[in-house]
Design a binder for this molecule. Structure first.
Ligand SMILES: C[S@@+](CC[C@H](N)C(=O)[O-])C[C@H]1O[C@@H](n2cnc3c(N)ncnc32)[C@H](O)[C@@H]1O
Length: 168
């Protein structure tokens, strides 16, 4: 997770405009990345989107069901009152936000080419400064292909595979 802390440091140095600063995390799972974002105290509003349902390999590996996962999310985020959870698919939630609502969008949902591309295209208009996501790595060719197709290449990569693009 060191890469994500480095990314937060970068975000903090880039987002110099006045508060309130707002971010959206697409795919929160047990809230581990949410906790890292929240604990850096950069944002005044963190909107998290996750349906907590469907096939998730890590549930099978760790013998968890979605009830456990959601409970873990609540436990991990319990000290923060600026986190809003949307228990739904991001495609059903995107329209709740005005264009340019978010200073940062972080995409870590399904990693297939089609889903990553769809999620980038859906949330790009909602984002005014930095769009980013997880797992830009060889193991996730769909993420690499989708990001490259939309942006040419990321502006910067971090040790955990976090990619980012600063918007003009
Ligand atoms: C890799 S996990 C997220 C891990 C989390 N960001 C972390 O690092 O702690 C992927 C999550 O994306 C969620 N997801 C899958 N499709 C989604 C969609 N269309 N919209 C929102 N979340 C989705 C899954 O339910 C799962 O919890």
């Amino acid at each position: 997770m060191k890469g994500l802390y480095d990314f937060c440091e970068y975000v903090s140095s880039e987002l110099t405009r006045t508060h309130p600063l707002k971010m959206c995390e697409i795919g929160s799972y047990m809230g581990e990345s949410t906790l890292i974002f929240a604990s850096q105290m950069i944002f005044d509003e963190i909107q998290c989107i996750d349906p907590f349902e469907g096939v998730e390999e890590f549930n099978e590996i760790s013998n968890r069901d979605w009830v456990d996962v959601e409970q873990e999310f609540k436990l991990n985020t319990r000290y923060f009152d600026h986190i809003v959870l949307h228990r739904d698919y991001c495609e059903n939630v995107a329209d709740k936000f005005e264009n340019n609502h978010f200073d940062l969008v972080y995409i870590d949902a399904n990693h297939s080419y089609e889903d990553v591309k769809k999620n980038i295209e859906l949330f790009l208009p909602k984002c005014k400064t930095i769009i980013s996501g997880h797992d830009y790595q060889q193991e996730w060719p769909g993420v690499v292909r989708a990001v490259n197709e939309v942006f040419g290449a990321p502006d910067r990569l971090f040790a955990d595979g976090t990619w980012m693009k600063k918007l003009p």
